[in-house]
Design a protein around this ligand. Sequence first.
Ligand SMILES: Nc1ncnc2c1ncn2[C@@H]1O[C@H](COP(=O)(O)OP(=O)(O)OP(=O)(O)O)[C@@H](O)[C@H]1O
Ligand SMILES: [Mg+2]
Length: 356
Amino acid sequence: MARITLKNLKKAWLAESPAVDGINLELKEGELASILGPSGCGKSTTLLMLAGIYAPTSGEILFDGEIVNDVEARDRNVGIVFQSYALYPNMSVLNNILFPLRFKKLPKNVAEKEARNIAELVMIEDLLERRPSQLSGGQQQRVALARALVKKPNLLLLDEPLSNLDATLRLNMRSEIKRIQKELEVTTILVTHDQIEATTMADRIICMNKGKIIQLGSPEELYKKPVSKFVASFIGSPPMNLFEGQNDDGVIRAGALNFGMKGTTDKKNLICGLRPENINIAEQGIEGTIYTIEPLGREILYGLKTETGIIWFLESTSNAEYDIGNLVRINFDYQNTLVFDRDTEERLDSVHFYVE
Ligand SMILES: Nc1ncnc2c1ncn2[C@@H]1O[C@H](COP(=O)(O)OP(=O)(O)OP(=O)(O)O)[C@@H](O)[C@H]1O
Ligand SMILES: [Mg+2]
């Protein structure tokens, strides 16, 4: 395991729009960090530079304080699992796992023992004689993970490793990967564009957009204190309600509704953010008619037609208590509300709103 530092790391195929645009970060030993961001934001490019497959255009990559920019990929001791895990089809599972050890000049029985230990850890020890084609998706996934781990890597890079799996298997593999990662204490970077995967698995989330790190913090920090509208709308499911508001001397006018404002700002044009799970049915509050009902298992997602547009809210119950067309009122705690500057889309710290 290693401590990983990136200093002003940049990769530009085209000068005008770098794929990775000067990122800085430091990962602790044994940490699991997740890179979250939309397609094309530079996640895979960052990983491939860490692995030594792409050379940075500028900037530095350090493992335990040592610059590794000029260290060959195979000497970096990095384990990688890609979305398409590309096992060697003509080799047994055991030989697939042994493959990364071929340069290590280990006695055969020692190498095999290590491969078997890792196979046990990922629970495929009974499958070692099979070919990859004789395995299920989840089993192939485990073989790929074993192959990445057998070298005892300093750094484990997982690039959307779960996206080919069905929903149940994904859920299992999420907790499996986390268990194995904690057991081996291997510093790990997991790329995903699934925010639930990122928030459930990672110690810290690196939120990227357009080649830059927008925010780096614990899942809770990103959820409760997103730096911008981008992060706020990326984290949380179902997504946050966002509606435009006008600051009129401490009153926020949003459509035909008025909200009180806690805190102060001289910004005029605002965006109000409110998460569906922070809204409750109440006696006093915003009036609206139920417009849509979406059962989500243990919760129901309602769309409420209000004078500022549709507001989505969640009720933790499996049976809908309200029908389309019902008139209800909703309310929320001002502490759970977020306010953004509409021009910069940055969050205005300590500005909140409430129902007057
Ligand atoms: N080999 C390459 N040559 C030129 N441009 C590239 C190359 N690889 C990636 N890019 C560009 O760099 C940008 C970042 O790509 P990257 O693969 O890192 O995105 P990503 O965040 O992994 O996206 P996704 O979620 O779709 O996998 C994209 O605009 C992409 O088109
Ligand atoms: Mg990618």
